[in-house]
Design a protein around this ligand. Structure first.
Ligand code: FAD
Length: 419
């Protein structure tokens, strides 16, 4: 019987020395065949498996993960969740995700530390303020919360920012109060536990090394380091390894892999109320519940599958931080790390059938896929279960790169190192 987390169970276990807690999920051994095999035990793969079982009644599902649950980007990101997008193709999808975040802990019966502490994007010129006003208006037209703050409004919220003799004066800020953070690895564990509880096999240390092929090249399963597994349908949710796994299947995608780095300082007293992004350079910051300043910037500008980055980006991020909030110069850095981003050519994801029958794609998350985790799982489960795109993800088709119907939120073309 799966364990339910509740106040009374916590009290009971506290009184008996916490000896009654069982493993959070079953570490399954692969069986020969499943209705659906999901490649990749990151946030998206686990969420897909959970929604397949819980909302679409498909429980004969396996998630195969080459490493361990939470070892990929789902456990490496800077935990920001938001739905402050501008384009029609994106807003409904990210708002669906935000609504799922708002009920996630109840749905999973797991504390994912979802914290709607607000996301504030700073504008440093009149043109940038106008662009944010336009984005805020688009959000509000879609029923998403957005507020435009003037300089004084920003100062009231974040008086520690640089407001004197600053190189990049703060002109305004676009605030989404419902945005915020969620604890990244708890999201992986919460989905893994909930999926396992409804019958999904989560198979760790199982790398997909090839595909089983049927008539006309259809994908009928996967070859793995733990043997062949047949599948009615196979879904791919491998984030930074998308182009590698697609190569195993024999096709190429409009995706490049780049490293993105993150940084955490020593624990400090609470100072930063929410998430703040610098508009004149690559720097964003929030503060974790433990007190560490969590910050990051842009991707390293070269293609790589290595999950560690290089010093020029470290320098660039620190310069951004110093320009925006000079007090950060006194904080000591505790650790930094990198993750591999699947950068698509318009900055938006692909959730669609692959060129091969039987194989389905969930990819192209760039550096914004954590906030998308719940909706990505739900719409990919919908696609796998019904064969048709979910209405909220109808624009994320692979052929948009051929037809020119790209969803270029930043309006800068096929330049992953500029996204
Ligand atoms: C430093 C950093 C900061 C970020 N900040 C944010 C943020 O603040 N907000 C936000 O929304 N997004 C953010 N992101 C992006 C976000 O983390 C990713 O877009 C998202 O996590 C990708 O989806 P995933 O969780 O499924 O990926 P992953 O966790 O990487 O899952 C993919 C899994 O596939 C597995 N895999 C790969 N190849 C194979 C194979 N052959 N066989 C079996 N398994 C395989 C991998 O081991 C991995 O576990 C950030 C990313 C990084 C690195």
């Amino acid at each position: 019987m799966p364990q339910h987390y509740s106040f009374w169970n916590l009290v009971r276990e506290a009184l008996r020395g916490h000896r009654g807690w069982g493993p959070v999920w079953r570490d399954a051994t692969p069986r020969g065949a499943y209705d659906v095999v999901i490649i990749g035990g990151g946030g998206h793969g686990l969420a897909t498996a959970f929604y397949l079982a819980s909302r679409y009644g498909i429980r004969n599902v396996a998630v195969v993960e080459k490493g361990w649950i939470g070892g990929g980007n789902v456990g490496r990101n800077t935990t920001i969740i938001r739905s402050n997008y501008m384009l029609d193709g994106n807003i409904p999808f990210y708002e669906l995700s935000m609504k799922l975040w708002e009920g996630l802990e109840q749905e999973l019966n797991y504390n994912a530390m979802v914290s709607q502490r607000g996301v504030l994007n700073l504008a440093h010129s009149d043109a940038q303020r106008d662009a944010y006003a336009r984005r805020g208006n688009a959000m509000r037209l879609h029923g998403v919360d957005a507020e435009l703050l003037d300089r004084e409004g920003v100062r009231r919220m974040a008086p520690f920012l640089n407001f004197t003799a600053e190189r990049f004066p703060i002109v305004a800020g676009l605030l989404q109060r419902r945005g915020g953070t969620a604890r990244h690895d708890a999201v992986a564990w919460g989905y893994a536990r909930a999926a396992s509880n409804v019958g999904v096999d989560i198979i760790q240390n199982c790398e997909v090394t090839g595909f089983l092929r049927g008539p006309e090249g259809a994908v009928t399963g996967v070859e793995t380091t733990r043997g062949a597994i047949r599948a009615g349908k196979t879904g791919m949710a491998v984030a930074g390894n998308t182009s590698r796994v697609a190569a195993l299947a024999g096709f190429r995608l409009p995706i490049e892999s780049h490293v993105l780095q993150a940084f955490v300082s020593e624990a400090l007293k609470p100072v930063i109320p929410g998430v703040i992004t610098f508009g004149a350079g690559h720097f964003y910051i929030s503060q974790s519940d433990k007190g560490g300043l969590v910050f990051g910037g842009d991707i390293d500008g070269y293609n790589s599958y290595a999950s560690r980055g290089n010093l020029p980006v470290v320098e660039d991020v620190c310069e951004g931080g110093m320009a925006l909030m000079p007090m950060i110069g006194r904080a000591r850095l505790l650790r930094s790390w990198g993750g591999i981003m699947d950068m698509s050519m318009d900055g938006s994801p692909i959730i669609d059938a692959s060129p091969l029958p039987g194989l389905w794609l969930n990819a192209g998350w760039c550096y914004g896929g954590f906030k998308a985790t719940p909706a990505s799982g739900l719409v990919f489960a919908h696609l796998l279960a019904t064969g048709t795109p979910h209405p909220a993800a109808a624009a994320y088709r692979l052929d948009r790169f051929a037809t020119g119907r790209v969803i270029d939120e930043k309006g800068q073309g096929a330049q992953p190192n500029l996204h």
